[in-house]
Write a protein that binds this ligand. Structure first.
Ligand SMILES: Cc1cc2nc3c(=O)[nH]c(=O)nc-3n(C[C@H](O)[C@H](O)[C@H](O)COP(=O)(O)O)c2cc1C
Length: 182
């Protein structure tokens, strides 16, 4: 089941104009909160945004790759408390992908929107733009925003034929992996 889900998951950037059921959102956050983290510190905070005006504001956090947020049913803003974290990028990335997998499991779609290291149209850090828009305290850093909702178009699953198996090595770099007896 998990393997099929992983194959089916694609980035979704067009959404149906309908709300997502609260129980689905609760399970998605449950999945994120169950994530492993360095030293078990769990440095993350998640902000659910479902106010259409705020979604539109967030869609302007950078000039490319975020405009579709305006039509998402919800967004999850993934933040980390830098005062406590020892590996915040890893911790937040794991929590974000767990949320994306849960979103898929709920029959929804999602897309990661990179915030860390990105700039707004007028050259300011996107993270500051998001922090100001949502009153996020200074000590927090914003890593990414996950846009979600019901996909407006069917997703085309990844093809197993196209997997880059040459990126997997066996015992030493450059040695092909050969697990199955032919
Ligand atoms: C770290 C990271 C940053 C990404 N940033 C963006 C982004 O800012 N905007 C966007 O539309 N997609 C973004 N994506 C989605 C990728 O473009 C997408 O995952 C990739 O093209 C593979 O397609 P798939 O998700 O359908 O398998 C990001 C994905 C990752 C993992």
């Amino acid at each position: 089941m998990l393997y099929k889900l992983l194959q089916k998951r694609r980035s979704v950037r067009t959404f149906e104009p309908r709300a997502v059921e609260p129980e689905k959102l609760e399970r998605i956050f449950q999945a994120a909160l169950l994530s492993p983290s360095s030293k078990g510190i769990q440095p993350w905070s998640f902000i659910l945004v479902d106010d259409p005006a705020l979604l539109t504001t967030l869609s302007n956090c950078k000039p490319h790759g975020a405009s579709f947020l305006a039509n998402a049913a919800f967004a999850i803003v993934v933040c980390a408390d830098l005062e406590v974290a020892t590996a915040w990028i890893e911790d937040c990335s794991i929590a974000a992908i767990n949320a994306q997998i849960a979103i898929e499991e709920e029959g929804l779609g999602s897309c990661w929107i990179q915030i860390r290291g990105r700039k707004t149209q007028d050259g300011k850090p996107s993270t500051e733009y998001v922090k100001t828009s949502l009153s996020i305290p200074d000590r927090l850093e914003v890593e990414a925003i996950i846009a979600g909702g019901y996909p407006a178009e069917p997703q085309i699953p990844h093809s197993l034929e196209d997997l880059k198996w040459e990126r997997v090595h066996h015992n030493s770099f450059g040695k092909k992996l050969s697990l199955l007896k032919k």
